[in-house]
Design a binder for this molecule. Structure first.
Ligand SMILES: [Zn+2]
Length: 289
């Protein structure tokens, strides 16, 4: 018997309304393909067409419709989810609609996970044709998905908050610089962008993408104690005052105090050792006399 939950975990299906029924292999477009069959059904809260709330059986089940969804490869084989979607009928507006799943957008036959994977692969040195073959979709589909992601994530350099927060952190191994750079809105604490390099030349080029008029609106830039920031902040944000973040001041005081404490402790240890040695020597000398 098919262990639905295990297969769902394997396929990374998180929608609880989906139940898997069978797995088989079929040849699709000349390639041996994993076919995972399942159903999706639930009791809808209302009708998405007219907004009627589903009380007293206003929305009833009304047959099903098979959809073939492209899934990510499993064990080297292309995979398709053949999902029988529940159809519903609304007694108020006399219209029908299908069950919706978080795994796939409405009227779409490519799962969200395939789209996400194509999005990840678009950042690598791969051709559209290769990505299309890897997901058994057409190059046009790949182009459309990449354009969609680009529209969502393409940065807009048309506004900056009046207070900017700068900091650096160790991110991932494959970034250019040893440390990455992060800047955020000082009022809302929302991250504006994360850059792969914290070096002056890189940051200067990045912030120059904002027009001077926008940069002039920045009144405060909160930084750590990295002296290199000072030069380009004065140049790029002519109306901004620099503020050293109190966290970094407290951190510096703490580290300095610790250093002095360790130095004093070490000196005391040496002194005590010398004194002990002196006392022992004195006792030996006394015993000899
Ligand atoms: Zn309705």
């Amino acid at each position: 018997m098919l262990q639905t939950n295990d297969i769902k975990k394997l396929l990374n299906i998180q929608d609880e309304s989906i139940t898997l029924t069978r797995i088989e292999k079929e040849t699709v477009k000349g390639r041996l393909t994993n076919i995972v069959r399942g159903t999706i059904t639930y009791t809808p809260k209302g009708c998405p067409k007219c907004g009627t709330i589903n009380t007293q059986y206003r929305v009833i089940k009304y047959g099903s419709k098979l959809t073939k969804i492209v899934w990510n490869h499993v064990a080297g084989y292309p995979t398709r989810l053949y999902l029988k979607k529940q159809r519903f009928f609304c007694k108020s507006c006399k219209q029908t609609f299908s069950a919706r799943s978080s795994e796939v957008e409405e009227h779409c036959f490519i799962s969200r996970k395939v789209k996400q994977h194509i999005g990840f692969q678009s950042g690598e040195d791969l051709s559209k044709k290769y990505i299309a073959e890897d997901h058994t979709v057409s190059p046009t589909t790949v182009k459309r998905i990449i354009s969609h992601f680009a529209q969502i994530y393409y940065p807009v350099y048309q506004s900056l908050p009046s207070c900017l927060l700068f900091d650096e952190f160790k991110s991932v191994k494959n970034v250019k610089g040893s440390m990455s750079f992060i800047y955020a809105d000082g009022d809302t604490h929302e991250v504006i962008d994360i850059l792969p390099d914290r070096r002056k030349a890189y940051l200067k080029l990045h912030f120059q993408k904002y027009p001077l008029k926008v940069r002039k609106q920045v009144k405060f830039v909160v930084i750590d104690m990295n002296a290199a920031y000072e030069f380009f902040i004065r140049e790029l944000f002519p109306n901004a005052k620099m503020i050293i973040d109190r966290f970094h001041i407290v951190q510096l005081i703490n580290r300095s105090l610790n250093r002095i404490r360790v130095k004093i402790m070490n000196n005391t240890t040496v002194l005590v050792t010398l004194l002990k040695g002196f006392i022992i020597n004195s006792r030996i000398t006394d015993a000899c006399y």
